[in-house]
Design a protein around this ligand. Structure first.
Ligand code: FAD
Ligand code: EPU
Length: 292
């Protein structure tokens, strides 16, 4: 345990992951590290390797279902101020991967820079959004990217131009690496128009999604040409329960934690939903959430 003291950032042992996921579910991470900066991250990766620990990268935990038994390994969260820096130059934003999307969107609005509005209401970090290629209504964050700085698990960093990265629906080729930050291309625009699009996006979300209970947003990806929510709803699964977990009554692709849900409760619902949707429609639903 002493060797972890050489790190400059915060290190915790047996840290409950339910504190770090929007599902509010998840057992303990053997080691939980918030590196102070890039060099510290490199040292953390080296130490994890020396101890034979698998490494897991955590953003805001808004698309992760962490196992009840916890994680045998090192969970790294890039939440120190170094990883949250944002700077603007020539209608471009450089932000660290730990910066929250909500903060990025409001900084862009203040500067009269448009482009990020469609991300409003996604409760994640820039790093998580890039790894997942997060988006709404046919647009995704990949479309804004000029460059992404990544680190591999040996601690080597690289800057990738947009042409070197593949973005597709809810996935990106960046995912195996550690995203350190990115440069996004924005456009000058009067704040009123930007503000309106942000408000419209948030309003639509409040009308259609279940935002009153802990969740990870949509659990499944939409199958090509259809909607997971529609299929689950058509199977009559809204309201189905397993322990403290429930299929939302408002949006069938949301599973909510109504209090004290365990990961196993959520997994049971996921399996039940997959089975019913497959038997009724012949469609195999693929989870969007990352199951740890
Ligand atoms: P996490 O959940 O922490 O991680 C997700 C994945 O990214 C993991 O595999 C993790 O290892 C990886 N990752 C995180 N950070 C890094 C990094 N720095 N480097 C490499 N890998 C990394 N998603 C949408 O796309 N559109 C929506 O409209 C949307 N709405 C949502 C609404 C609600 C209420 C909730 C709870 C979730 C919603 N989501 C939505 C899902 C989620 O918010 C997004 O996928 C978000 O981008 C995840 O970011 P995060 O920081 O929470 O990542
Ligand atoms: N629908 C139902 N019943 C439901 C839910 C939806 O019939 O319970 C129908 C709706 O009536 C609509 C269709 O399904 O005709 C699509 O629903 P919605 O407009 O709510 O969008 P979605 O496809 O379910 C997607 C993303 C969301 C994103 C919204 C807004 C996926 C899996 N989900 O939802 O992203 O916020 O569009 O653009 O792509 C997420 O990824 O976590 C997420 C929340």
């Amino acid at each position: 345990m002493n060797c972890w003291k050489s790190l400059k950032g915060k290190v915790k042992f047996r840290e409950p992951l339910k504190r770090h996921t929007t599902f509010k579910v998840g057992g303990k991470a053997e080691v939980f590290i918030e590196p102070r900066d890039k060099d510290d991250l490199k040292s953390a990766l080296r130490l994890a390797k020396e101890h034979g620990l698998a490494v897991f990268i955590l953003g805001r935990g808004s698309n992760i279902l962490a196992a009840d038994k916890g994680i045998k390994g090192a969970v790294l969260k890039l939440s120190a101020p170094f990883f949250k820096r944002t700077t603007f130059k020539n209608n471009r934003l450089y932000a660290g991967s730990g910066a929250l999307l909500a903060g990025i969107i409001s900084s862009c609005l203040k500067r009269g820079l448009s482009g990020t509005e469609f991300l409003s209401g996604i409760p994640g970090t820039l790093g998580g959004a890039l790894a997942m290629n997060a988006g709404t209504a046919g647009r995704d964050i990949g479309s804004l990217v000029r460059k992404v700085e990544v680190m591999d698990y040996r601690g080597n960093t690289r800057s990738l131009g947009s042409k070197e990265i593949k973005f597709a629906y809810r996935k990106s080729s960046l995912a195996p690496g550690i995203i350190l930050g990115a440069e996004l291309q924005l456009k000058k625009e009067k704040p009123a128009g930007i503000r309106k699009r942000i408000n419209d996006c948030l309003k639509r979300r409040r009308l259609t999604q279940d935002l009153s209970w802990p969740s990870a947003g949509c659990v499944f990806k939409n199958p090509r040409g259809d909607f997971a929510g529609r299929l689950i709803d058509a199977c009559g699964l809204k309201g189905r329960r397993s322990g403290g977990a429930r299929v939302s009554l408002r949006h069938a692709n949301f599973i909510i934690n109504t209090g004290n849900a365990r990961a196993t409760d959520i997994l049971k619902l996921i399996e039940g939903i997959k089975k019913e949707v497959h038997s009724r429609f012949g469609v195999v639903l693929e989870p969007e959430i990352k199951i740890w």
